[in-house]
Design a protein around this ligand. Structure first.
Ligand code: ATP
Ligand code: MG
Length: 331
C-alpha cells in the first residue's frame, strides 16, 4: 500500500512529559495505521542545548521506551535514532543550509528564546536548528509532520527551504505540512510558558511520575494569583488560572463544568481543585507507566537496530537523488 510519509521526532533532553505526550505521541496509534511513519529520537539536535554524553546515552533509551509505551509498533513504522543515519542527515543538512537565508534563522522566535536561556552558549547549531530539522524531514521525503504549536515556525522554515531548493534543482522534495489536529500547548506548572523537559522537573509532569510525585507537583502549581482566600470567587478560565487551564486538557467535561461553577461561587478551594487535577493526571499517566515498566533494555536496543536498517535504506535513496540533482559526482 502506498501511504503518505509522516515524520516525527523528539529530543532526548530529559523525561517525556505530558506536553510531549499530548503534543507529539498520543496519536501514534492512529498515525501509524494511516501513514508510512518514521519516528525518530533526535539525539544530534539535543547537542545544541544538552552536550552531556552520559545523560544522552541514558535519555535515548528512556525516550525509546516512552515511544514504545505510547503504542509505537516497530513493525508498522520505522523507529530509529537520528545519529544512526547521521551521514545522510548531516550531508543533507549541509546542502539545505546553502539555500537558507541567515537573517530568517536569526529572527526565529524559538532561536531567540533558547539564546536567552543560554547566553554563554549561543552556538552555530542553535541557529541552524530548523535547517537540521528540515533535513530530518526531507531525508525520507516526509510530507506530514505532527507538531505541537511550538514547532510550527520551524516547519514553515522547512517549507521555505523546499521551495528554494526545488527552484534551483528541480522537483525533488514535497513541501512538508503540519498535522494540526493535535496542536496543543500544555502550559508549565510554573505558569511560565509551556511544559519543557529541559526546565526544572517541578514545572512539568513526567510520564514516569508516580501518583505521590504528581500530587506533590500539582499542589505547588501556579494558580490564580488574585485568589488569596477560599471564600473569594476565582477566575476559572484559561487566561485567569493556570490550574484551570491544565484541567481543560486532562479533566472530563462534566467534572470540568462542576469545577468552573464551584470556583466561580467559591464553594471549592484551590487545594481541592488541585487534588482533582492530580487524580485526572494520574489516570492518564498510570497505564502509560505500567506499559513502560515492562520494556527491557535489550528488547529496545534490538528494535532500534532494526529501525536503523529501514531508515538507512530510505535515506540513502534520497541522498543519492539529491547529489545527482545538485550536480555532485562522487569521484
Ligand atoms: P526541550 O525543552 O528540550 O526543547 P521540549 O519539552 O520542548 O524539550 P521537544 O523535544 O522540543 O520537547 O519536542 C518534542 C515534541 O513535543 C514536539 O512535537 C513539540 O511540539 C511537542 N511539545 C513540546 N512541549 C510541548 C507542550 N508543552 N505542549 C504540547 N506539545 C509540546
Ligand atoms: Mg522544545
Amino acid at each position: 500500500m502506498n501511504r503518505e510519509i509522516l515524520i516525527s521526532g523528539i529530543r532526548p533532553t530529559g523525561e517525556l512529559h505530558l506536553g510531549n505526550y499530548y503534543g507529539a505521541m498520543k496519536n501514534i496509534l492512529e498515525l501509524q495505521e494511516k501513514y508510512n511513519s518514521y519516528f525518530f529520537i533526535s539525539d544530534i539536535h539535543s547537542l545544541t542545548t544538552h552536550p552531556k554524553p552520559d545523560d544522552l546515552t541514558r535519555n535515548v533509551l528512556e525516550i525509546a521506551k516512552d515511544y514504545l509505551a505510547a503504542g509505537l509498533d516497530p513493525n508498522k513504522s520505522t523507529f530509529y535514532v537520528q545519529s544512526s543515519i547521521a551521514e545522510e542527515i548531516c550531508e543533507l543538512h549541509t546542502y539545505l543550509s546553502m539555500v537558507m537565508p541567515l537573517g530568517d534563522l536569526l529572527r526565529c522566535p524559538t532561536f531567540k528564546e533558547k539564546a536567552k536561556k543560554q547566553p554563554d552558549n549561543v552556538n552555530y547549531g542553535l541557529v541552524g536548528y530548523p535547517v537540521l530539522m528540515a533535513a530530518d524531514i526531507l531525508i525520507h521525503k516526509g510530507k506530514f509532520v505532527p507538531v505541537g504549536e511550538d514547532q510550527l515556525v520551524h516547519l514553515e522554515i522547512a517549507r521555505t527551504i523546499v521551495r528554494r531548493f526545488n527552484q534551483l534543482y528541480g522537483d525533488i522534495f514535497p513541501e512538508p505540512r503540519p498535522i494540526m489536529e493535535n496542536a496543543v500547548r500544555i502550559p508549565s506548572l510554573s505558569g511560565k510558558g509551556k511544559m519543557s523537559k529541559s526546565d526544572n522537573a517541578d514545572s512539568y509532569i513526567s510520564m514516569k511520575d508516580d501518583n505521590e510525585t504528581i500530587q506533590r507537583k500539582v499542589k505547588k502549581a501556579y494558580s490564580d494569583p488574585t485568589r488569596i482566600y477560599k471564600h473569594q470567587a476565582g477566575n476559572p478560565s484559561k487566561e485567569g488560572c493556570n490550574v484551570y487551564h491544565l484541567h481543560t486538557y486532562f479533566t472530563e467535561k462534566e467534572m470540568l463544568e462542576k469545577i468552573q461553577l464551584q470556583c466561580s461561587n467559591a464553594t471549592i478551594g484551590c487545594v481541592q481543585c488541585k487534588s482533582i487535577l492530580s487524580d485526572s493526571i494520574n489516570s492518564i499517566v498510570e497505564p502509560f507507566r505500567e506499559r513502560r515498566e515492562k520494556l527491557s533494555d535489550s528488547y529496545v536496543y534490538d528494535v532500534l537496530a532494526h529501525g536503523r536498517m529501514k531508515a538507512k535504506e530510505s535515506s540513502q535513496k534520497v541522498i543519492s537523488e539529491v547529489r545527482k540533482a545538485i550536480g555532485l559526482r562522487m569521484f
